[in-house]
Design a binder for this molecule. Sequence first.
Ligand code: 13P
Length: 259
Amino acid sequence: MARKKVIAGNWKMNMTASEGAQLIADLKATCGGNCCCCCAPEVMVFPPFTTIAAVQEAAKGTPLVVGAQNVHWAANGAFTGEISAKMLVEMGVTHVIIGHSERRQYFGETDETVNQRVKAALAAGLKVILCIGETLEEREKGVTEAVIEKQVLWDLADVSMEQLDNVILAYEPVWAIGTGKTATNEQAQAVHAFIRALIEKHFCPVCAGKIRILYGGSMKPANAEGLLAQPDIDGGLIGGAALKAADFVALVKAASATC
Ligand code: 13P
């Protein structure tokens, strides 16, 4: 069965509530009658926590998925600054990004805490976009595959085959994020194929066939078609280009063209 493509915008720490609502209005206007949200790929946006409600309101009546950028593993408690799965679920959030490299790099997240977050999110019924990827230093040392295998094994430890249905993976080479430097189609495809083989080895062949693996790292209209045409690339997790309605819609259209 063909895997449905996903175009997901990670807004990072951008867009106040009013700016986010405006971006959704711009997206709808850019799509015209043929709303991007009705095209073949699943289209998702991940605003900051404080912008989610306004974006949900602005996106009402469209199939646009509105998700969150992180979630804590505890149900509640003394964890200043954190947000629980229950809080997200109660406000109608269905998807959450976990393990983004910026969380790992700047906020001390480890494979262990990423795994705890993944398990809590899945147990609460959330769908997870789990981010993995190597740094430039790791790529240059030739340890990309080892790094990816460790992340897949640790981050998905104790996740069942059934739960894996609610996981989307995002391969985001750290050296390509926000740098304008994209992995080539061949570099990205090679790692995506490796990740799919890991899922086959550690979960099951059917799981490997079903799981969607997105590419993230300076994806933009100019390079999207080539990346999205690769057999193991099932969509994109987009930062900078998701903040401009015209670019984001162009990416949705590129994904539709390669469906
Ligand atoms: P850029 O598209 O800005 O490189 O960011 C990618 C990313 O980190 C998405 O999560």
